[in-house]
Design a protein around this ligand. Structure first.
Ligand code: WTA
Length: 630
């Protein structure tokens, strides 16, 4: 499974395309199965259906825990670094993690959770989060992790969409100097969630919380009542492992479903090969487990590989902008994986924050979540990698489950801002807007994938039609990524950003429709239109054009109120960076908002608005341009 040279890569790639079944069948042999599969792959991209390792029986936690707890019980699995550097860090060895997962799995069972039930996890970045995730997988419950920054309303929407039976949370959380009330937020959410019968609360900040008899139980109390012996449930390769909600162009966030077998194999395969992980290396991924990056590259990929995975509770700028570099120094991190937005933000704080730190343990640097601009790439390369650490710019998505296009560290020649080449098994293709393939090099187009890989999205929870229309109908027979892409003269891929109505703010996906829906809930708002615009640190910012019933008397106050509404409905990450009150929006005669024009204005490119003669009322454009300050 391990690629060691560019020749290995070329050979693996060729095999994976010529005979995918034999290629992935061989990779899968390196995992622990309870029963072998009958067929490696069955697929249909027209009437979407994919099955990998059909008939195979397994449990991902046996691969992540049992075998390592047996072979190397004392090796660290999770190294936890707290928010406050004065507090002790915690190391969970494979044996300890195994025991704690098994006993918490018994807590789930004791509280009525059975295979196939859905459990919502709303927790900060503490070891209990990893334990909760793996405990669900141990007994075949489907976890649905909700990022700790989402509002009560967002939690409730996600719980109701998949009818979660239980919520696992903490009393509170700390992020930098901020205290966040977790259980309180869950309590607010649960007012509208009749499916939830039990809430397990881990103590962390020991903030006072309300505990309702019969529904709420303390984690620490519950684990005392159970044994640490919990056999792994036998799962079918295609049984759901988890649901993770993500934003799309339209409607509410959808629950992306990943299944046990294929996801395990692909997240592990990509972890080992992209980062060139060697036994004993300390791997530090700065993502939150609330996003796919945390699922695949803090928990499943590293643990299935028997790696040491560092989990950090805090934020990059607390207590100061040198925190990441302190952690690398303290824990002798070898592989560091972060997002361009973090790099850009830390660049701004000056050299003194990394200069005195010992970063010599670093071997590999990674980037994920959004395009990395050349300036950030060079800063990262020169100052953090000291010019000796290959940078892997990894392109992938919640729906892909694992890294798709990326250099292999030290093996693929890198090029700033390029994700470079597809990994074995990945068959990318560029198409024009009609779906016609754009062949050759030195071209631009929309990025599609023409063949399944083991961790491709299986469905969107409760609505398979939505999965089909979102991913497989724009270009029939092809998986559409929603991204624009350049293939340069060397055949290297560079992702240029979303071509749909998804905005990527600080590496977080936000749908314009979702934000508009929240804005429209604000009293007095008649209509709104949201677009992304280039933002120096966040990559993209959110620009909202809003029509109010009456011109706000105190526009600044109204803006603040509107931001509160968005915070309540979605969460602070969806707050617009800029709000412009307008009296009309540019619409075509059929009533469609011309976002292209709004995007241009938000970008400040008001000289190139293009043809506006087809608008119902071209004068609104003039007004908006003026209002925007041009
Ligand atoms: C963007 C995150 C450029 C892209 C793993 C994609 C990237 C979306 C890169 C998925 C990259 C992710 N270069 N753009 N290396 N990685 N993206 O689902 O637009 O949160 O479609 O998954 O992020 O975001 P998601």
């Amino acid at each position: 499974m391990r690629i060691r040279s560019f020749e290995d890569y070329e050979k693996a790639y060729k095999e994976s395309v010529e005979d995918p079944e034999s290629f992935w069948g061989e990779v899968a042999q390196e995992f622990v199965w309870k029963k072998p599969w009958k067929k490696v792959l069955e697929w249909d991209f027209n009437n979407y259906d994919v099955k990998w390792f059909k008939g195979g029986k397994m449990n991902i936690t046996e691969n992540c825990l049992d075998r390592h707890a047996h072979n190397k019980p004392n090796q660290p699995a999770i190294i936890w670094e707290p928010n406050d550097p004065a507090e002790e860090s915690i190391t969970l060895t494979y044996k300890v993690l195994f025991d704690r997962v098994c006993s918490f799995a018994n807590v789930l069972k004791k509280n009525g959770v059975v295979k196939g039930d859905i459990v919502c996890i709303y927790m900060p970045m503490i070891p209990e989060l990893t334990i909760a995730v793996l405990a669900c997988a141990r007994i075949g419950a489907i976890h649905s992790v909700v990022f700790g920054g989402f509002s009560a309303q967002s939690i409730a929407d996600r719980i109701n969409d998949s009818q979660c039976k239980m919520v696992i949370t903490t009393d509170g959380a700390v992020r930098g100097a901020k205290h966040v009330p977790m259980k309180d937020t869950v309590d607010d959410a649960l007012i509208g969630c009749p499916s939830v019968k039990k809430v397990i609360v881990a103590t962390h900040t020991r903030t006072p919380v309300s505990m309702i008899k019969g529904r709420d139980a303390w984690w620490e109390h519950e684990v005392k009542l159970v044994s640490a012996d919990c056999p792994a449930e036998e799962m079918d390769s295609e049984d759901p492992l988890f649901i993770l909600y993500t934003s799309g162009s339209t409607g509410k966030p959808k629950g992306v479903v990943h299944t046990c077998g294929g996801y395990m194999i692909y997240s592990t395969y990509t972890f080992q090969n992209v980062f060139q992980y060697d036994p004993g290396d300390v791997f530090f991924c700065t993502a939150d487990v609330g996003w796919i990056t945390g699922h695949s590259y803090i928990i499943y990929g590293p643990l299935a590989s028997g790696a040491q995975s560092l989990m950090f509770e805090g934020v990059p700028t607390y207590p100061d902008a040198g925190r990441f570099w302190d952690i690398i120094d303290k824990h002798k991190v070898n592989i560091f994986y972060t997002a361009p937005t973090a790099i850009r933000s830390l660049m701004g704080f000056g050299d003194e924050y990394f200069k005195e730190k010992d970063l010599s343990s670093l071997k590999v640097l990674g980037s994920v979540g959004e395009p990395i601009n050349e300036e950030a790439w060079h800063w990262y390369n020169d100052n953090i990698g000291k010019g000796k650490c290959p940078i892997v710019d990894t392109w992938w998505q919640t729906e892909t489950g694992g890294i798709m296009i990326s250099p292999l560290a030290g093996i693929t020649k890198t090029k700033p801002s390029f994700a470079t080449l597809p990994l074995p098994g990945i068959q990318p293709m560029l198409v024009d807007e009609h779906g016609v393939e754009i062949e050759g090099n030195g071209v631009n187009g929309n990025l599609v994938i023409k063949f399944p890989w083991p961790s491709i999205i299986r469905t969107t929870w409760g609505d398979h039609e939505r999965c089909k229309t979102t991913y497989f109908s724009t270009y029939p027979g092809l998986y559409f990524t929603g991204d624009g892409c350049q293939r340069d003269e060397d055949g290297y891929y560079k992702i240029t950003g979303r071509v749909d109505d998804v905005i990527n703010v600080s590496g977080h996906r936000i749908g314009t429709a979702e934000v508009e829906n929240a804005l429209n809930m604000h009293t007095g708002v008649v209509e709104s239109a949201v677009v992304g615009y280039p933002h120096d640190i966040k990559g993209q910012g959110i620009y909202a054009y809003i029509i109010c019933e009456e011109t706000p008397e105190d526009p600044e106050m109204t803006k603040r109120d509107i931001l509160m509404t968005v915070t309540r409905v979605i969460g602070p990450i969806a707050k617009p960076d800029k709000i412009l009150f307008v009296s009309g929006l540019p619409k075509t005669r059929s009533g469609k908002i011309m976002r292209r024009i709004l995007r241009k204005i938000a970008e400040g490119d008001v000289k190139n608005l293009g043809d506006i003669s087809t608008l119902l009322d071209p004068t609104v454009v003039e007004e908006i341009v003026k209002g925007a300050g041009y």
